[in-house]
Design a protein around this ligand. Structure first.
Ligand code: HSE
Length: 437
């Protein structure tokens, strides 16, 4: 059994986990793959660290190009991240006829079309299970397990950092800033958490899922992205009083008008299983026509959970690399010549329901003025709560839930409502999803 030779680019958290799990489970993995999987070269800027981990078992270098150009290597595992040198290395590996495994969602969400096309041409595979929801085998599920279905929509908690922050805000009644500082102190959030908290990381992942679900090109530039940094703890409380939790969801949906692709804080009914996913865990809910709803839950990050996905791709490639390239599982679930172009809907055209919080004068006729504006925009109200004004105050919070309506209608109503003299400041608007059929 000739081993398959692997070059590992990056031996940080995920690379280290991959090395450890491959060593620990080598016997079982070989029994599954049919031949040993052997890391023969490791690249890291920190050569010392790489040597300490690998203990002389393979070549260690800081020259990544020497590895992607090494004729002995069959599979390159890219765990460097980013779109700079990682892109050059992946393209060079493909050009050299090597298979690639990557956890790099940013790279694939922005340059995936080019990468998959190059791979197709060179008849090599690009595995990216680790790029979406860490250890959850969601790519495999969508691409293969659900292949009989017409997928209708996907909604996922696909960023652990933000889910941890939202869980803490709810549990402890703390503000976003307080929880973020604590998460950074504990090492849960990156020193620069922008991609996580502003929803960019989740948008990279839902972009890939959208493409896999509908057989459309990867279109990160069409994603609507709103993070959680402006979320007020009071809205988490009010949502809870109404029976909802707020989660940062990545959503992609096929509608008769086109495809929705969006990331934003979302109210979801607390009775849904996905609403109860807490801390840094991830979960992806897929609605498909034949099977109905399926839910995938697990660790979305971390050394060994992500390594689990990297190694699953390594085993798949080991089993499949001698197969006729025409008969392999297509990168994006659909055959490359069967990909279609569907209109991508701007956020203004999205149809959903809404949570509105207004600061209003506690006076006769205020509610009537507001409901008239909503009625003029054909927005139907589902629930209203008016809080009693605090001792000595003349204003109070009014919370309204709407039925489903088009976002542009809600925006038009909000600007009219904000111009009413009895309404103080801005209206807080959050989207809601029932996540039922
Ligand atoms: N930073 C991501 C998260 C994990 O917080 O879920 C890697 O995608």
């Amino acid at each position: 059994m000739k081993p398959i030779n692997i070059g590992l680019l990056g031996i940080g958290t995920v690379g280290g986990g991959t090395y450890t799990v491959l060593q620990r489970n080598s016997e079982e993995i070989t029994r599954r793959a049919g031949r040993p999987l052997r890391i023969i070269a490791v690249v890291d800027k920190n050569v010392e660290l790489a040597r300490n981990i690998t203990k002389g078992s393979c070549r260690v270098t800081d020259d990544a190009f020497s590895v992607v150009n090494d004729s002995e290597i069959d599979i390159v595992v890219e765990l460097i991240g980013g779109y700079g040198v990682a892109r050059e290395l992946v393209m060079q590996a493909i050009k050299n006829g090597k298979h690639v495994v990557t956890a790099n969602k940013a790279l694939l969400a922005t340059h995936g079309n080019e990468i998959f096309e190059a791979a197709q041409e060179k008849r090599v595979m690009v595995g990216f299970e680790a790029a979406v929801a860490g250890g959850i085998p969601i790519i495999k599920a969508v691409r293969e397990g659900l292949t009989a279905n017409r997928i209708e929509w996907i909604a996922g908690i696909i960023n652990g950092t933000t889910n941890f922050i939202l869980s803490e805000m709810r549990d402890k009644g703390l503000s976003f800033d307080e929880v973020l500082k604590e998460a950074q102190r504990l090492g849960y959030a990156e020193a620069d958490p922008t991609f996580d908290i502003e929803g960019v990381d989740a948008a990279h992942k839902i972009t890939l899922l959208s493409s896999l679900s509908f057989g459309i090109p990867v279109q990160f530039d069409k994603a609507y992205i709103e993070g959680i940094s402006r979320l007020d703890a009071i809205d988490i409380r009010y949502a809870e009083q109404l029976g909802y939790r707020i989660k940062l969801l990545g959503i992609t949906k096929r509608t008769p008008e086109g495809v929705e692709l969006r990331v934003h804080p979302t109210l979801i009914p607390e009775k849904r299983l996905i609403a109860n996913v807490e801390g840094a865990m991830n979960a992806v809910l897929v609605q498909a026509d034949a099977v109905g709803a399926t839910l995938y839950y697990g660790k979305g990050a971390g050394a060994e959970p992500t390594a689990s996905s990297v190694i699953a791709d390594l085993v798949d490639i080991t089993r499949m690399h001698t197969a006729d390239p025409e008969n392999r599982v297509p990168h994006l679930a659909f055959q490359p010549d069967a990909m279609i172009s569907l209109p991508m809907l701007p956020i203004d055209e999205v149809v959903t329901s809404y949570y509105l919080r207004l600061r209003v004068a506690d006076k006769t006729g205020v509610l009537a003025d507001i409901t008239r504006i909503l009625a003029d925009e054909k927005i139907s109200i589902d629930a209203v709560i008016q809080k009693e004004p605090q001792e000595g105050e003349t204003q109070t919070d009014l919370i309204m839930l709407t039925h489903r309506t088009r976002e542009k209608c809600v925006n038009a109503a909000i600007s009219k409502i904000e111009s009413l003299p009895v309404v103080a400041g801005k209206v807080t608007r959050l989207r809601m999803e029932e996540l039922g059929k």
